[in-house]
Ligand binder design. Sequence first.
Ligand SMILES: [Zn+2]
Length: 141
Amino acid sequence: MPNCPKCGNKESIPTRTFNVIVEPVKGERGMTERRVGMYTCAKCGTKFPTVISKQRYLIVAEEQLKAIQDELSSVKKGNEDLGAKVQGMAQQQREMEDAMDRTAKENEVKRLQAKLAELEEFVGYLRKEKGELEQKASRLR
Ligand SMILES: [Zn+2]
């Protein structure tokens, strides 16, 4: 609630509101849109404006914005795919471990261990990829 600049009376409802676009000052990028309310003091009748809210706009070329949005959505998609793969690998890893517990044959155990090591390496690689994609995605947000 703004105060009347003359008598200090609080006013809650503007008589009218309008938007003003403010050009950037030196060193600033983009535009600021201000929502301004005009108030009339109920006590002394003074009319005064108050900025109700501000919204900043950056000017970005449409192609550039589209390219950023496309890249972000493809990164998100890739991230989801990798997440599903990592989950699948972890499931396979658990299944391999169970299979190893069950089997008594030494040859079978050796074969499974080799495959497990391979899977672990791939899971490690996928996790690294996922981390990099998440970093990339967070920079684009
Ligand atoms: Zn007043």
